[in-house]
Design a protein around this ligand. Structure first.
Ligand code: AMP
Ligand code: MG
Length: 521
């Protein structure tokens, strides 16, 4: 069967293309993308597809067809389409890295379905002009991680790019998993990713860096026309308003990350979506023990630039880089600075509001900030599982009839350590919380319902993704499917899946892939 897609390419139709049309590495100027051809996989096999995304694209039932496999593995091109790789730059770990671009992502096509416009992209289908020294491929383990996590984030209510399918390529990929001089062959895979747009902060920065205001303006106008059309016809004021919108969306995204305990791991400006979507799932991780200093990315171990507690600040830093790029269109510092200042002030308020919601507080009081700071202090003193803690806290009774510590006991990694001084600190906090709850109208039951809509019961814990990977390496894809289904309803009780509502097992504490991930993927 032929895939019935309503093709509406805009990016490649409306933006300047690189005149060279092969996959060789090069510096690209005055262009937003380069036409490329995906690499044909040796023996593609469909591992999994997302039923929600199939539906979103009008492809339900097509996933078992030969065409689906051929097209979303890069083996065959859709008729009348010309795949391309996007040009972008970025600040990596604080430094301008120059041209980066889609080194292993290839955009196939844009489609319209049910009033929604989507860009479809393959990740891991071979080299492009932007591949630099790498091969343009992706390994199975990192592809499973992206596939599962992006769909899980969507169901958690976190803005994100999506995934349509996960396909093993049959190719073997040479990787040094921990960058420690032990490379080996690993199985290759391709994820078909989907988003309204894959534009990043770095997409704009690259033209500003080249002092190519013409291309920058074309791209910004394009972005406003298609993604921020409600702002009106492009003008200096509209560019400022555009930056303001990106600021708001980026703030919303990072507050969601903090809410669910997601650590992106590589918040370089090339990994910051212009639509405020979580993008480029690499060495990300989920907080287990609540710890603001934690990052799963071993490549960032020395400085922990992208640790959990820093994520809101890093967004500001990244916004500043975007502001610098947009400056040549606006030519005034003050309005851009005002937006950055607004972020700085509002992100703290947004964070407190989010934490209050996690605690089941609907009203606002001045002292709530202190309540939250004291909770964070005690949470970090005793290794406490974030997801378990907030979920179990919904069982708290405001009349104090239930032992507070017993309510959340299960969340402690070392319950025997919660003694003496630490126990006193916990009890003090619970007393404050209990007093604070007296000011709320909601009953315990109502509060529990509210909290359980904000605090997920199930997230893609680092070891869970690793279990799916270990099984998949042996061609058992059942764990991927189990987790995929589980994570569709992260806020539901799902008692049949209770075994996943548990702390990280001890074997996973320092295991590669669970708590330690590098950028190698
Ligand atoms: P990341 O750290 O994954 O966001 O990647 C940073 C840059 O490196 C982007 O331009 C990627 O497209 C590129 N890149 C990462 N992995 C590969 C790879 N295996 N082959 C080619 N380019 C890659
Ligand atoms: Mg990236």
């Amino acid at each position: 069967m032929n895939l019935d897609l309503n093709i509406q390419d805009r990016f490649s139709q409306e933006l300047p293309a690189d005149p060279i049309e092969d996959n060789t590495r090069r510096e690209v100027k005055n262009a937003c993308f380069s036409y490329v051809t995906p690499k044909k996989p040796i023996a593609p096999k469909l591992i999994h597809s997302s039923s929600e995304m199939l539906e979103g694209l009008g492809l339900i039932g097509a996933e078992d067809s030969d065409d689906f496999l051929a097209i979303f593995s890069g083996a065959k091109l859709l008729p009348n389409t010309r795949p391309y790789a996007m040009c972008y730059g970025g600040h990596q770990f604080g430094n301008w890295a120059g041209q980066l671009g889609d080194g292993r992502a290839i955009n196939l096509v844009e489609v319209m379905h049910q009033g929604q416009h989507w860009a479809l992209q393959l990740k891991g289908s071979g080299e492009t002009p932007y591949s630099r020294t790498a091969d343009g491929l992706a390994v199975l383990r990192s592809s499973i991680r992206e596939y599962l996590c992006s769909e899980a984030m969507y169901h958690l209510g976190v803005p994100t790019t999506r995934a349509l399918s996960l396909i093993s390529s049959g190719n073997m990929v040479w990787r040094d998993m921990l960058y420690d001089g032990n490379p080996d062959y690993e199985k290759g895979a391709i994820v078909a990713r989907v988003a309204p747009s894959f534009l990043r902060f770095g997409s704009y920065e690259i033209h500003a860096a080249h002092q190519d205001v013409k291309t920058l303006k074309i791209l910004v106008d394009y972005t406003i026309k298609h993604h921020y059309s409600y702002l009106g016809t492009p003008s200096k004021e509209v560019y400022v308003a555009f930056f303001n919108e990106v600021m708001i969306k980026s703030m919303d995204m990072v507050i969601h990350w903090q809410r669910v305990g997601f650590v992106h791991g590589v918040m370089n400006t090339d990994n910051m979506s212009i639509l405020g979507l979580t993008i480029d799932y690499g060495p990300y991780g989920w907080l287990e023990g609540y710890d603001h200093g934690w990052t799963p990315n071993t490549t960032d171990r020395a400085h922990k630039r992208y640790r959990y507690g820093s994520q809101p600040q890093v967004v500001l830093w990244n916004l500043l880089k975007l502001a610098n790029a947009l400056f040549s269109l606006i030519e005034e510092v003050a309005p851009l600075q005002a937006i950055l200042d607004t972020y700085h002030q509002n992100v703290q308020v947004a964070y407190i509001d989010m934490m209050c919601a996690k605690l089941g507080l609907k009203t606002k009081f001045q002292d709530d900030k202190v309540l939250i700071q004291e909770l964070e202090a005690v949470l970090q003193r005793s290794e406490t599982d974030m997801t378990l803690f907030f979920r179990l806290l919904s069982n708290f009774k405001k009349d104090g009839t239930v032992d507070h510590l017993m309510t959340i006991q299960e969340a402690f990694y070392q319950p025997e350590e919660v003694q003496g001084d630490l126990k006193t600190q916990w009890n003090t906090w619970f007393r404050s919380y209990q007093q604070r709850l007296q000011k709320e109208n909601a009953s315990d039951q109502e509060r529990a319902v509210y909290m359980n809509r904000i605090n997920p019961k199930y997230v893609l814990r680092n070891y869970m993704a690793q279990l799916a990977i270990d099984a998949a390496e042996k061609e058992d894809y059942s764990v991927i499917d189990t987790l995929f289904r589980l994570l569709k309803k992260p806020y539901d009780e799902q008692p049949e899946h209770q075994k996943w509502f548990a702390k990280r097992p001890e074997w996973a504490r320092n295991k590669v892939g669970c708590s330690m991930l590098s950028c190698s993927s």
